[in-house]
Design a protein around this ligand. Structure first.
Ligand SMILES: NC(=O)c1ccc[n+]([C@@H]2O[C@H](COP(=O)([O-])OP(=O)(O)OC[C@H]3O[C@@H](n4cnc5c(N)ncnc54)[C@H](O)[C@@H]3O)[C@@H](O)[C@H]2O)c1
Length: 233
């Protein structure tokens, strides 16, 4: 089952992906409770049973798109971006929870970024959205664990050249810096997919309410030899 906002259906390659994976597409705006309830109930109906895993992979800042600096936010933009990027994760999980749509020992994952813990100036209000998203994973993870035996985690991914990624100012320089700071190098989109699958598998059944760094070691590196050499005369 694949989904995206109705207006995004013409962009990207969701149709090609659906064809390749034999998935059905159900459009849903992740800010709309009605759309999400439809997505959840139709998915259960079409798959013929409850869900084993759900991935939230949504992010968008209107302030970033409109070039508004963090110190000059337009709060209508901030609210919209928060609704799309952060509150939508709560809405998705509330819909799954109320419809009792998850199988026991199922797994819910959302993608996030380390700007939730450390400052990356150009990440703008998305940093605050990611902090909220990660908190929702912990808070809902408690109730999903207790009541339904379902785990909820966030994966904090390396910078990755995607549509959203490239929207961040100075992204190319930043991605090269992250590559040089990470002992294993940046985690690619394919690496992220692989790690996500591991969290959906039965081999990680007791991992929940965690923010898991998937970044080649970047988050625990103070400085790397390459960066020192870059600044040495
Ligand atoms: N690219 C990076 O460097 C990077 C790093 C860490 C985490 N992430 C996270 O990974 C996730 C995926 O981002 P991406 O880099 O693939 O960018 P992307 O722009 O390709 O994906 C974001 C998706 O969200 C969808 N979306 C936007 N508004 C929506 C709505 N109202 N309802 C439903 N869907 C909506 C968009 O159509 C798009 O498909 C995001 O949570 C992002 O923050 C990205």
């Amino acid at each position: 089952m694949l989904t995206n906002a109705p207006i995004a259906m013409r962009m990207g390659q969701i149709n090609a992906l659906a064809e390749k994976t034999g998935a059905t597409i159900i459009p849903a705006d992740a800010t709309s409770e009605e759309d999400l309830n439809n997505l959840v109930t139709k998915s259960v109906e079409l798959l013929g049973g409850k869900l084993d895993f759900v991935l939230h992979s949504i992010g968008m800042s209107v302030n970033v798109r409109k070039g508004r600096h963090y110190t000059d936010e337009k709060y209508d933009f901030t609210t919209k971006g928060w609704d799309v990027s952060a509150l939508s994760f709560h809405k998705v999980m509330q819909s799954l929870y109320k419809n009792d749509a998850m199988n026991q020992w199922g797994s819910i994952v959302a993608l996030t970024y380390m700007a939730a813990q450390r400052t990356f100036p150009d990440y703008n209000d998305m940093a605050d959205n990611k902090a909220y998203l990660e908190s929702v994973a912990r808070s809902f993870g408690y109730f999903f664990g207790k009541e339904k035996k379902v785990r909820v985690n966030t994966i904090s991914q390396s910078p990755t050249p995607t549509t959203a990624g490239q929207g961040v100012k100075g992204f190319d320089g930043f991605i090269s810096y992250a590559e040089k700071m990470s002992p294993l190098g940046n985690a690619s989109a394919q690496d992220c997919a692989d790690y996500t699958v591991s969290l959906f598998s039965d081999l990680t059944r007791k991992v929940t309410m965690q923010n898991l760094f998937h970044d080649g070691g970047f988050s625990n590196t103070g400085v790397s030899q390459e960066v020192i050499e870059h600044f040495s005369e």
